[in-house]
Design a protein around this ligand. Structure first.
Ligand code: 2HA
Ligand code: ZN
Length: 220
């Protein structure tokens, strides 16, 4: 099957475009990843290249060894994903130790996976374990109103959880475990990946103060 004809790829593109239309993806802001099911990999295997070089992830994710992910590319704009998906998104494979990745499809104009790959993969590893394999989607967006709140409220899990729960009746239903909050840190690396991963043990949504949010779920 053509990669772009797969349902999981179409759903990925739709969600990225929905996020863009929410106003959460200025320029190259935000990133999205999906842990591909083994049977989905088989339907597109003949379309995958094995010429990509193994590259260090920057964190160790042994419980994701051998898994395939569909992820957004670094420096690519969410605005352009629906227009030219093969240039903006990529399928990567994790090696048998969980320390390196290689590109198997996409990014036809060059580039690499999202700068937040360490956080995405740490979150996937935690969520795969605590959800018994059910969670497959990790999404990072620059959620404008929540970012504004991080300039106003004390940066504490229980304060943000209560404030958001009080704002809309759906909130306690959608995230009954609450939200985690981490103070400002340099994005794009190992340290923020480890901090976010710790909070993902407990929550499905984590706020990065003055930056955005990471969310985890079973599907798009
Ligand atoms: O530019 O959102 O956190 C992508 C990002 C980095
Ligand atoms: Zn960001």
């Amino acid at each position: 099957m053509k990669v772009l004809d797969s349902k999981f790829v179409k759903d990925f593109i739709k969600m990225a475009d929905d996020g863009y239309h929410e106003g959460w993806h200025e320029r190259n802001g935000g990133n999205l990843s999906y842990r591909i099911r083994p049977e989905e990999v088989e339907t597109i295997r003949s379309r995958l290249s094995d010429r990509g070089e193994w590259t260090p992830i920057g964190v160790s994710v042994p419980d994701l060894a051998g898994e395939f992910f569909l992820v957004t590319g670094t420096g690519k704009y969410f605005r352009n994903i629906i227009v030219d998906p093969e240039a903006c998104i990529t399928i990567i494979e994790i090696d048998e130790k969980g320390e390196n990745y290689r590109i198997r499809w996409g990014l036809v104009e060059g580039g690499g996976p999202t700068s937040e790959l360490p956080t995405h993969l740490m979150n996937h590893e935690v969520k795969k374990r605590v959800s018994n394999g059910k969670h497959r989607v990790i999404y990072h967006a620059h959620t404008t109103n929540v970012i504004a709140l991080t300039f106003v409220l004390p940066l504490k899990d229980e304060i943000f959880t209560r404030e958001l729960w009080e704002m809309a009746t759906e909130c306690p239903v959608v995230f009954p475990d609450g939200v985690g909050v981490i103070g400002w840190m340099v994005p794009g690396g190992r340290k923020i990946a480890l901090e976010t991963g710790k909070l993902m043990e407990k929550y499905d949504a984590v706020i990065w103060a003055h930056h955005g949010m990471f969310c985890s779920g079973e599907n798009f």
